[in-house]
Design a protein around this ligand. Structure first.
Ligand SMILES: Cc1cc2nc3c(=O)[nH]c(=O)nc-3n(C[C@H](O)[C@H](O)[C@H](O)COP(=O)(O)OP(=O)(O)OC[C@H]3O[C@@H](n4cnc5c(N)ncnc54)[C@H](O)[C@@H]3O)c2cc1C
Ligand SMILES: Cc1cc2nc3c(=O)[nH]c(=O)nc-3n(C[C@H](O)[C@H](O)[C@H](O)COP(=O)(O)O)c2cc1C
Length: 574
């Protein structure tokens, strides 16, 4: 269990200890173990199961989601509960008022974690309200299912926080918090079975920890694919201020994915950036350092594992503690931190490594279709993120890493499912709004519909800066128009004229027909930049519905929300 520096420190401590000290240490460790969360969790479950008077006639299922996974799971849970005769209310946390907790008797929270351990944007208000206010929730029984990605340092933190806070407010757990990784289906389904068993059959014989045992399916683990870069092309032409790469990744084994999914990639750090840090730390590159109890050569560790770019404030503050300096709470690159706030005495590199986070994955929407391109390749559309820091051009970590890859290079990835961004049935019409890299999943959708012979009509709105240099996938789209797979294409090139023209302006020009498509049952898909694009497009959609249906803006918004609830309005924005 213990390896590396931890084992070394323990041995050093024990070697010099007297018999009495050893007895004291063993008692101290035993007391610490008894106070660990597992013990608390068992008590929490017993506490509920002993309450045999509880029945579950109603249950509210709420979800906090960014990319739709929690919504999909919460919907599945609701359906399962309904089949058990439970009356279910399903709500997104962005529409849930924390004051309504007083009226609930039973609640399930499904919630993902975003950013650096944060709740999804739509769930932030609820999260803040329950943390900043006091509620008496002794009447409430609940369970939390947390979604996350174990590659992030604060794995499932938002769900974990909600679980702890509800318990602090007096609510009682029906089942323990479950933290799910990106392969969440099996865990989520076992958890809801456990919840239902515990909630509906309290008289059943309690097992060791008080819960009714439901056998969890064998856990396959996150599937990592070994790929090779087969093609990498810059889709922007000379004169463009952007670089957007079409990247085809080939694999030996078939990839299990669907259009609408994204892939997760962990980048490597840039050699120049690592060398800068090594100069400041006076490291040569071959020193042995431990990270998460594994030994590495220092250069390999800094290139492949450690996040050295734009460190979160909490890491900057841990560094401040390490070097005993006052450092403002800002995000900063490690090289800048070491240069601007150097340690007074030579910094122990192992101590520095101990506080650093791993490099986290970035997601990229898949732009290929398994039916059209085969199961042994996946395509992505990557915009190289460029920004200015103190007059110098800097690059985003992963998009820069991917943009610089050469054909033939190996690359690992995993599939991140997005079950709520899927093609409709074959006869339904689709309206797709995808400026910039938002085009990616729509390329996948169009090729998939073509290969599957879907009959539904397809209308695409695409936008970029300039027609000549930035018309991403122009050849593909024109040929899809020629073959009538693409029924309509409207493009907006924002900087080709004096006034800026965006996709929402093109939508307004087509408002009457667009509304007709919507009223006739078309699905709406929106993908790409969240702020401001997705907000502007949504405002325009509301405006079009309000005008052509002759209803208020509020009613139009409700109409759109209903479409979302019915699975006819899908968003994948970032
Ligand atoms: C579901 C989903 C699908 C996505 N699909 C796509 C897609 O199809 N195509 C695509 O291109 N992207 C897509 N993205 C976005 C993608 O995942 C990455 O967020 C994006 O490529 C930027 O990552 P990066 O590592 O290059 O930049 P990061 O290193 O993460 O930097 C992000 C931003 O942080 C700031 N920053 C970073 N370092 C510094 C610094 N030192 N000083 C000041 N500011 C700094 C900059 O504003 C920078 O743009 C998707 C995201 C999601 C969630
Ligand atoms: C930008 C970004 C940041 C993330 N941050 C975290 C994190 O800090 N901790 C974690 O456990 N998961 C993190 N995740 C993973 C998501 O929680 C995971 O993909 C989850 O399945 C998303 O569920 P949702 O679609 O319901 O939002 C992050 C994902 C993205 C795209």
């Amino acid at each position: 269990m213990l390896a590396g520096p931890k084992l070394q420190s323990l041995n050093e401590l024990l070697q010099g200890a007297s018999r009495d000290e050893l007895i004291w240490i063993s008692g101290y460790v035993a007391a610490l173990t008894a106070a660990q969360p597992q013990a608390k969790k068992e008590a929490a479950v017993k506490e509920f199961v002993q309450d045999a008077s509880f029945t579950m006639p109603v249950c509210t299922v709420v979800y906090g989601t960014e990319t739709g996974n929690s919504k999909k799971i919460a919907t599945d849970f609701s359906n399962k509960l309904k089949k058990q005769g439970v009356q279910v209310k399903l709500k997104s946390l962005d529409q849930y008022k924390a004051n309504d907790l007083a009226k609930e008797s039973c609640m399930i929270v499904v919630m993902s974690t975003q950013g650096d351990g944060d709740p999804p944007a739509g769930a932030k208000k609820f999260y803040d309200q329950i943390h900043q206010n006091e509620f008496a929730l002794n009447h409430l029984k609940y369970g939390v299912l947390a979604l996350g990605d174990s590659a992030y340092p604060l794995f499932c933190k938002a769900g974990e926080d909600v679980d702890i806070r509800l318990h602090q407010l007096g609510a009682r757990r029906i089942t323990n918090l479950k933290k799910c990784d990106t392969d969440f289906d099996g865990d989520a389904s076992a958890w809801i079975d456990e919840f239902i068993a515990a909630a509906l059959k309290p008289e059943a014989a309690p097992t060791m920890n008080g819960a009714v045992k439901v056998k969890a399916p064998a856990k396959p683990g996150k599937k990592i694919y070994d790929g090779t870069i087969a093609t990498i092309i810059n889709l922007n032409d000379r004169g463009s201020s952007k670089e957007t790469y079409h990247i085809e990744i080939a694999t030996e084994e078939p990839i299990t994915y669907e259009p609408g999914d994204s892939i997760g990639i962990v980048a490597k750090n840039n050699k120049t950036a690592v060398n800068k840090i090594f100069e400041l730390l006076e490291l040569k590159g071959d020193e042995e350092l431990y990270y998460k109890e594994q030994p590495y050569r220092s250069f390999e560790l800094f290139i492949n594992k450690l996040n050295i770019q734009f460190l979160p404030e909490r890491i900057v503050q841990q560094y401040a503690k390490l070097v005993k300096k006052d450092i403002p709470s800002v995000k900063m690159d490690l090289a800048d931190l070491l240069r601007i706030y150097p340690a007074d005495q030579k910094l122990n590199p192992q101590q520095l490594v101990n506080i650093l986070d791993p490099i986290t994955p970035r997601l990229y929407s898949v732009s290929s279709s398994p039916s059209a391109h085969g199961e042994n390749e996946v395509h992505v559309t990557v915009s190289r993120s460029m920004f200015d820091v103190g007059g110098q051009t800097r690059y985003g970590l992963c998009s820069d890493f991917l943009s610089c890859l050469e054909e033939g290079t190996s690359l690992q990835f995993y599939v991140n499912k997005n079950s709520s961004f899927r093609l409709p049935d074959s006869s339904s019409d689709m309206i797709m709004i995808g400026p910039g890299t938002g085009i990616a999943p729509f390329r996948a959708f169009l090729y998939e519909r073509d290969a599957q012979g879907h009959q539904g009509r397809n209308w695409l709105f695409f936008g970029e800066q300039h027609f000549v240099s930035d018309f991403l996938y122009q050849t593909d789209l024109v040929s899809l128009l020629d073959t009538k797979v693409l029924t309509k294409l409207n493009v907006a090139f924002s900087r080709d004229q004096k006034e800026k023209v965006y996709v929402q302006h093109k939508m307004l020009q087509q408002a009457e027909e667009l509304f007709h498509w919507i009223e006739s049952g078309a699905h709406i898909y929106l993908c790409g930049c969240k702020d401001p694009m997705s907000y502007d497009v949504e405002k325009t959609l509301t405006n079009i519905i309000s005008t052509h249906k002759n209803v208020s803006e509020e009613s139009a918004l409700e109409y759109l929300q209903l479409m979302e609830e019915e699975g006819r309005y899908h968003k994948d924005v970032y």
